[in-house]
Design a protein. Structure first.
Length: 556
């Protein structure tokens, strides 16, 4: 029975539904042969269409790419191959194949050269859209091939050929392939060439069917049985089927990727919207070590902390993928209208209210302290902080002063604060000793009251202090001069200095500083240095100046 069915299959003859007269057959045949010839005009149009397509792809201009499709001549040889296979015309097949291969090589080469131009704009969406062909591209090419071949045999609709050229888009995939090769994007280049190859096969097969239907095959070469038709075109059909299977998988992957992207976007956007003023700016993801790593960039007035990220991640693991690992990048942003912040949470409002209230309190306390310090000449308020503990305002004040503020004086200041602010207050004062000096004498310094330096003595004292500090920093930049005394003992000018330094000043260093003093101040100088170990340091190096107030500002 099976043998009988195969015999009937082999003997089955097609009945063509359409016929055209002999004169039109010859005209169409000659026209297709002309389009398949490897001529100067053919190669020129390939070059021009490739240049137009390449620059259109680089700048992402759809209109320019469409213009390149209209002038591209590569569809002619494909029609010639289809007609040659239908007739078994080896000469036509040879000419058409030479034209098509030469056109492909020329187009890819021109695109590579354009892609090597130093001024690059990257891979535009127009390029990327041609690097992931799907089963839809086969269907488009197949039906475009039917339309193009039909337009060739029917003069009434010959004007439809430009539309077919746009639909099949033969040159843009080759131009995309060349640009990707120039940028060393091998997989993308392969995808672009696969799109061209699919278009080629589908158009060739569709054109062959149309030419058979219209009886363009020569009588002695005519294909009349199904087995003969399959024998002639089996290779093209098999390749097309395998490519279609591959592209179907590619389409499934693209669909799955889009579904995942949409699911991530929807879930993260919904979760982030729960935080006042926060909104998703961008979402990226990749698979690494069997985990889906998701990076979400969020514009937000307050940063998304670890606990909030954990809650969003748990929701994603429930709704999208159990293996998701979420990273949220908080990009702090502020939205304003004429009334101020647009997005601000109730907690933030409360925090800012307390902060403003605290700022008002500190401002009032600062004014009261400045007024009280007028009783102590040379004293100035540098900084003030407040820490509320158990209903008591603990004020920490840093005061630059020539003389230490005594406990009795602090008590007076504390009483003044309490009387005017009407709240429990505990005042702590840090005295930072300073010396104010003019050209004649030291100001506000009890140490020098009754024995003020002036004139030549003051100039010598100032020069000695400056020189000593400079010489110390020459050998230890982090060394700071705390105090010094000097006196003449017989034939020796004795100088005793107390310094704050990260390392002990040894005899060799003291000797070098002493040489500097002998050269610049007094040849008989003898120096004694007392090192007090200590220094202010950052992650880079020691700070050059010593300032107790600096540490106090940070810690308070």
């Amino acid at each position: 029975m099976l043998d009988q069915m195969l015999m009937k299959f082999r003997r089955f003859r097609f009945k063509r539904p359409l016929r055209i007269d002999k004169e039109n057959q010859d005209r169409i045949y000659n026209n297709i042969c002309t389009l398949s010839q490897p001529s100067f005009s053919f190669y020129l149009m390939v070059i021009l269409s490739t240049i137009i397509a390449s620059f259109g792809l680089l700048v992402g201009s759809t209109a320019v790419v469409i213009g390149a499709m209209l002038v591209a001549p590569l569809m002619g040889p494909i029609f010639g191959i289809g007609l040659g296979l239908s007739n078994g015309d080896q000469h036509l097949i040879k000419n058409a194949v030479i034209s098509e291969i030469a056109g492909i090589i020329l187009a890819v080469t021109i695109a590579v050269l354009i892609g090597l131009i130093p001024i690059r704009l990257g891979l535009s969406p127009e390029i990327l859209s041609r690097t992931q062909p799907t089963i839809y591209d086969i269907l488009i090419a197949l039906f475009s091939g039917f339309a193009g071949a039909y337009a060739m045999v029917d003069d009434k609709i010959g004007s439809a050929l430009p539309g077919v050229a746009i639909a099949t888009a033969l040159v843009p995939p080759l131009a995309s392939c060349g640009i990707c090769l120039a940028l060393q994007q091998w997989s993308l280049a392969g995808g672009a060439f696969l799109l061209f190859f699919v278009n080629f096969l589908a158009i060739e097969l569709a054109a062959s069917i149309v030419y058979w239907v219209y009886g363009l095959a020569k009588p002695e070469k005519e294909i009349t049985t199904l087995s003969a038709f399959m024998h002639r075109f089996w290779l093209s059909m098999v390749i097309l089927v395998f490519v279609a299977i591959f592209m179907t998988k590619s389409l499934q992957q693209i669909a799955a990727s889009r579904a995942l992207s949409e699911s991530l976007q929807k879930t993260i956007t919904t979760q982030v919207a729960a935080y006042t003023g926060a909104r998703v700016a961008d979402i990226r993801y990749q698979y690494e070590d069997d985990k889906l790593q998701v990076m979400a960039e969020v514009l937000t007035p307050q940063e998304i902390d670890a606990k909030q990220v954990a809650r969003i991640e748990k929701t994603l693991q429930t709704k999208v993928d159990p293996a998701i690992q979420l990273i949220v990048r908080s990009m702090i942003s502020r939205d304003y209208d004429r009334s101020g912040y647009v997005f601000i949470s109730e907690d933030e409002k409360a925090r800012r209210f307390l902060q403003n209230k605290q700022n008002v309190f500190i401002s009032k306390a600062s004014g009261i302290l400045k007024e009280g310090l007028q009783l102590y000449p040379g004293s100035n308020l540098v900084d003030i902080q407040n820490v509320v503990e158990k209903g008591v305002n603990n004020l920490y004040a840093v005061i630059r002063t020539p003389n230490v503020i005594s406990p009795e004086q602090v008590a007076v200041l504390e009483e003044q604060l309490f009387e005017k602010l009407k709240v429990p207050i505990h005042l702590t004062v840090r005295s930072v000793l300073t010396r104010d000096v003019d050209a004649a004498r030291y100001l506000y310094d009890e140490k020098y009251v009754g024995s003020q330096l002036s004139g030549e003595e003051l100039r010598f004292h100032t020069q000695l202090e400056k020189t000593l500090s400079e010489e110390l920093k020459t050998y230890e930049p982090a060394a700071n001069l705390l105090e010094f005394n000097y006196a003449r003992k017989g034939n020796v000018f004795l100088v005793a200095a107390k310094i704050r330094t990260p390392v002990v000043f040894g005899p060799e260093q003291v000797k070098q500083v002493e040489k500097g003093l002998r050269k610049k101040i007094e040849p008989s100088t003898q120096l004694i240095v007392r090192s007090v170990l200590g220094a202010d340091a950052t992650s880079e190096w020691y700070l050059g100046e010593y300032d107790d107030a600096l540490l106090d500002k940070v810690t308070n």
